[in-house]
Design a protein around this ligand. Structure first.
Ligand SMILES: Cc1cc2nc3c(=O)[nH]c(=O)nc-3n(C[C@H](O)[C@H](O)[C@H](O)COP(=O)(O)OP(=O)(O)OC[C@H]3O[C@@H](n4cnc5c(N)ncnc54)[C@H](O)[C@@H]3O)c2cc1C
Ligand SMILES: NC(=O)c1ccc[n+]([C@@H]2O[C@H](COP(=O)([O-])OP(=O)(O)OC[C@H]3O[C@@H](n4cnc5c(N)ncnc54)[C@H](OP(=O)(O)O)[C@@H]3O)[C@@H](O)[C@H]2O)c1
Length: 510
């Protein structure tokens, strides 16, 4: 499916038809049934913090499997969809939507959905699973603690819970660093997420930043018919093509890190994708060390000459533009270069977003050396297997945030909650973290600072395979089906483990 696949009627387009069929099938086979509006959910209670893609999806899985769930969201109702409700109308998925199926019931209409379609799918999911009744808006979570074995979120008046899913994302408020001379600049300054409706026709645009938002701002500038756009990038990042085959292959690096073999994909990208633009490909860091940007158009825009990529440090703003220290390839940030003035009518600060803090969690979640992202499966703090912080502890990866792994993480938590014999002891969670650190000791980044999708699959398979009491849950954990059978076995095991909640003998719990 091409990046311009915005076709309305799938019957006229064979690939889109097949894609729709696949989505319909996965929905029928794998979506848990939404509970009736008057249904009382009797299974353990779950607090979900955040109503973005991750929070809504995990809550939909929880209620679909009969777990009594409440979502706490600091924003108002129009923020169901999280960060996607707060970015430009021109934003959209850079990766193919096949890799962004955050719930089996999601039905994408195109290969690369727009921001509006993404938000609409999250809101439909939220309604389909009756989560309106279960969401507490304008509730900023600032404290999560245990009282009598139950989790309290902020205050006992908001309920008590058996498990907690933290889904606060990684993109909070826009980051707007103050720079010298900014107040003297006569043009307009916007954050990269505030470009909707801005008039840039025939204007010169300077974009500060060299990440995915900078590339998106470049697309905005092109569609707004800006006269000239200059990207002022402090450090080089890898860009990979918007191609489902290439992106999938790269995420299949089982080592989850840079290895000697990485020179092959890096060489191919330089020769076949960057080609004459090789100058902007990083020389100081490998492909498997940081989240790459996914975009095929950026090279063409640079080749057309309407945009320029400048490797530089920002010195100061002037009334008409920005003074930069332009550096040659390979010279690191802050290194020697030469001064240049970049003229601009509009400056776009593509300088990222502040990271929402996890500090509301208990202090023992942050004990050295088991601080996030160095947690069990990256999401479970070793002291608390009843907490899963999904999609908000990672630093960088080749993969995607909105995919089936949200369901798997959620179901692992549900398994831990209902089956004491599957619940890992802290010591075993720490050992798994130590083992991963050991396996990735040759990585140029920390073991958990970068991972790939295939590595994630390995983590999940290992987690289920290592403990025989988890085997009966495999179908449920991986596909969300067959809850009844393992749950019936758990009922039989109850006398052995000493009641519903505690394992008398947790020697097996690794
Ligand atoms: C412009 C843009 C484009 C992107 N494109 C892609 C892409 O193509 N592919 C991809 O994989 N990722 C992309 N991302 C990353 C994006 O963050 C994820 O795709 C996804 O939206 C994250 O969802 P989330 O639910 O985990 O977090 P969010 O969407 O950030 O939602 C978190 C929610 O938690 C709430 N919250 C935070 N703290 C608290 C608290 N203390 N108490 C209560 N509520 C709280 C927030 O208000 C928010 O609603 C993009 C990000 C941006 C900014
Ligand atoms: N559709 C998409 O795929 C898409 C689009 C947008 C955003 N996103 C996601 O959203 C998240 C945020 O992306 P982002 O691009 O907004 O932020 P980002 O990845 O954090 O990049 C910020 C950029 O701004 C630079 N910067 C920050 N402060 C600076 C300063 N004081 N002076 C000069 N440069 C400065 C950084 O340089 P250094 O690297 O040197 O610090 C970096 O190049 C990422 O997870 C990204 O993948 C995805």
């Amino acid at each position: 499916m091409s990046s311009k696949a915005s076709v309305e009627n799938p019957l006229f387009h064979p690939l889109l038809f097949l894609y729709s069929l696949l989505q319909w099938l996965t929905d029928k086979l794998l979506s848990p049934k939404a509970p009736r509006s008057d249904a009382k959910l009797h299974r353990p209670s779950i607090a979900v913090i955040g109503a973005g893609i991750t929070g809504v999806t995990s809550a939909a899985h929880c209620v679909g499997h009969g777990f009594d769930t409440v979502i706490f969201e600091s924003g108002s109702e129009d923020q169901v969809g999280g960060i996607w409700t707060r970015v430009n109308d021109t934003s959209g998925l850079q990766i193919h939507s096949l890799m962004y199926r955050f719930h089996p019931s999601i039905q994408w209409k195109r290969g690369y959905p727009s921001r509006q379609e993404i938000v609409s799918q999250v809101q439909q999911l939220w309604q389909r699973y009756g989560l309106q009744e279960r969401t507490r808006f304008n509730t900023n979570v600032n404290k999560v603690y245990q009282e009598n074995g139950k989790w309290v979120v902020n205050d006992p008046s908001l309920g008590t819970f058996d498990g907690v899913i933290v889904a606060i994302g990684t993109c909070g408020a826009p980051k707007m660093p103050t720079m010298q001379g900014m107040e003297t600049f006569q043009g307009e300054v916007y954050h990269s997420s505030e470009l909707t409706g801005k008039d840039a026709k025939d204007k010169k645009i300077a974009i500060i930043g060299g990440g995915a938002s900078a590339v998106e701002a470049l697309e905005f500038a092109a569609s707004a018919e800006a006269a000239k756009t200059t990207i002022l990038s402090r450090s080089d990042k890898w860009i990979i093509p918007r191609n489902i085959a290439v992106d999938t292959l790269l995420s299949y690096n089982i080592f989850g890190q840079e290895t000697k073999l990485s020179i092959f994909p890096e060489f191919l990208l330089r020769k076949l994708f960057y080609r004459d633009m090789e100058d902007i490909a990083p020389v100081d860091k490998g492909l498997f060390t940081d989240t790459p940007m996914v975009n095929s158009d950026v090279m063409d825009k640079l080749r057309e000459g309407k945009a320029e990529w400048v490797r530089c440090d920002i010195e100061e703003f002037t009334d008409r533009g920005i003074v930069v220290n332009r550096r040659a390839k390979g010279v690191p940030k802050g290194g020697p270069g030469h001064q240049e003035v970049i003229e601009a009518d509009i400056v776009v600060m593509a300088t990222g977003f502040k990271r929402p803090a996890l500090s509301f969690l208990p202090d023992d979640c942050f004990e050295d050396p088991y601080q996030p992202p160095n947690w069990y499966l990256q999401t479970f703090p070793p002291k608390h297997p009843s907490i899963s912080a999904i999609n908000c502890t990672y630093l960088s990866a080749i993969g995607t945030v909105g995919n089936w792994h949200i369901g798997i993480y959620t179901r692992i938590l549900l398994m831990f909650l209902v089956d004491p014999l599957t619940r890992p002891r802290s010591i075993w969670m720490e050992r798994w973290i130590n083992m991963t650190n050991f396996l990735k000791m040759s990585s140029p980044t920390g073991a958990f600072d970068f991972f790939t999708y295939l590595e994630l699959v390995w983590w999940f398979v290992f987690c289920v395979a290592i403990n025989p009491f988890r085997w009966k849950w495999a179908l449920f954990v991986f596909f969300g089906v067959g809850f009844a059978l393992p749950n019936a076995v758990v009922a039989e095991e109850e006398p052995i483990v000493g009641g519903k909640n505690g394992a008398k003998d947790d020697a097996f719990s690794f």
